[in-house]
Design a protein around this ligand. Sequence first.
Ligand code: NDP
Ligand code: ZN
Length: 383
Amino acid sequence: MKRIVITTMTTLAFFASAVAQNQAERVPAKGFAVFSATGTFHPYEFTRHAIGDNDILIETLYAGICHSDLHAAWDEHTAHGINGIYPMVPGHEIAGRVVKVGKNVTKFKAGDYAGVGCMVNACGHCTFCEMDKEQFCENGTTFTYNSIDRYHDNEPTMGGYSDNIVVSEDFAIKIPANADLKRVAPLLCAGVTTWSPIHFSNVKKGDKVAVAGYGGLGHMAVQYLVALGADVTVFDITDEKRADAFRMGAKHYVNVNKAEEMKGHSNAFDFIISTIPSEYSPLVYARMLKYGKGEMTIVGLPETAMINAADLAMGGAANRKVYGSLIGGIKETQEMLDYSVEHNIYPEVEIIKADASEIDKAYRNVQDGKVKFRYVIDMSTIK
Ligand code: NDP
Ligand code: ZN
């Protein structure tokens, strides 16, 4: 009996020490979380999974605020089967400095700049991973936050509004040392999400193209399209950004609320990218595509914005191609980043302090269209 008790106690002691060690290896982090769909941001301390042999620890220096963060924090995608996991630390536009590397890491060393976009893991061997399209992993992509991390005990992931992130080197993007770091963060989502369909649709010099929704994503699309030599028209809901669009190289600007400006665009465009984040009619733009060859990509993710299937056939958009696009794979994210830095293509950013009420205010301003063009949180100012 005595022996059984001693053995049990020894076993318990062993597990307690193993658990303690595992806990000790977890990485403490602090950031900002929302605790419900209607909540505001609050400081939040948590831990991240231990730094595995293939992982790196990045000290977050800058984190962009994407409109997708608003959709996620406010739980606006329940209609699409995505539910908010709270507390939620958003942020999928992360630029920072590597502070530690696992023993098998070859791509990074401490001191390098590294970025993280919308994904932190995928299986690596399915059809889509083999195609470098990890965002469509057949075994489930682990997104940077609001996602269940099947590779780490199914814990929910926590994003970039925090002082660090632990990520596999395969999902970290190398940031060239000469990059303008504070403006790099938004490239990791806004950049690649617009870059990817522009290349998928093979846009080329001289093409007549349009960007609908001229915000964080839209202004990146304009810059990539202008750099390609396309003839760019911008559609947005106010006149406030007209001058900015021309400054960025667009040839035409349409305020969609002015009926006369909406005239004369049917059968006009080779390519349209819609980044519109709220209710609208995609068919209006589909009709503007050139008959037989125009392609429209939808990247904006409004809760509701319907295309009626019959309208596609009978509503004036027959023989136009309309498709959705979701971020971009890791390989193309690296290509986009290298191209952007080399060609000095960056987002225009407003830097805010790492402070819960500043983030709340930024969210309201993004919702109300009061940002030009992307908020970026300076995470080094976190207290
Ligand atoms: P922003 O809020 O920065 O930009 C949206 C722009 O669209 C604003 O300029 C807004 O004008 C304008 N707009 C709003 N309604 C209309 C309308 N009816 N017609 C024309 N323009 C309109 O958002 P982001 O660029 O950060 O994100 C855009 C969308 O893309 C979001 O839904 C986001 O979730 C989604 N997204 C999708 C990804 C994907 O992989 N598919 C990845 C990342 C984001 P104003 O400023 O005046 O309000
Ligand atoms: Zn985004």
